[in-house]
Ligand binder design. Structure first.
Ligand SMILES: [Zn+2]
Length: 67
């Protein structure tokens, strides 16, 4: 976790971050946690790697099979 987050308001639910100081008055200045898209991109990247490995294995299998 980022060290600055320790000094931030913890009122918003998980997945949201408040940019104001802890114990501030009024509503939260909360925004969606930006780590979510990065995580989705990581998952997508893993799937691309799996697809590439599958294609390579398929080519090796065909090569060994005499195609
Ligand atoms: Zn807040």
């Amino acid at each position: 976790m980022h060290p600055l987050l320790k000094h931030r308001c913890k009122v918003p639910p998980k997945g949201w971050l408040c940019t104001r100081q802890p114990g501030h008055e009024g509503p939260c200045a909360a925004y969606r946690n930006v780590r979510m898209p990065h995580k989705l991109l990581t998952v997508a990247g893993d799937w691309v790697i799996v697809l590439v490995i599958t294609v390579i294995l398929t080519h090796i299998y065909k090569f060994l099979g005499g195609y």
